[in-house]
Design a protein. Structure first.
Length: 82
C-alpha cells in the first residue's frame, strides 16, 4: 500500500472525527490537539478507525507519543511496512 493511499485514508478519518469540511487540507505538520481539536477520546476513535481501515494493529502505547499528523502517518507506515 502506497504512502499516498495511507496518508489519504488517515486524512479522511481525521476530517470525519474532527468534523472538518472536505475542503480542509490536512498536513503532516499540523498538531492533532491544537490544530485539529483531537482530544484523547477522539484520538482513541482515530486509532480504532485507522486500524479497521488499514487492517493493522497499532497498539495502545504509541498514541501517547502522537503530537502531529506526521507522527501518526509515520507510525502507521512503519506498521504496514513491518
Amino acid at each position: 500500500m502506497s504512502t499516498t493511499v495511507i496518508d489519504g485514508r488517515i486524512s479522511e478519518i481525521l476530517k470525519q472525527i474532527a468534523e472538518l469540511p472536505d475542503s480542509f487540507e490536512i498536513s503532516a505538520d499540523q498538531n492533532l490537539r491544537a490544530d485539529l481539536d483531537i482530544d484523547s477520546l477522539k484520538l482513541i476513535d482515530v486509532v480504532v478507525q485507522v486500524e479497521a481501515a488499514l487492517d493493522i494493529e497499532l497498539g495502545d502505547e504509541f498514541s501517547r507519543d502522537l503530537v502531529t499528523v506526521g507522527d501518526l502517518q509515520r507510525h502507521v507506515s512503519e506498521q504496514i511496512s513491518g
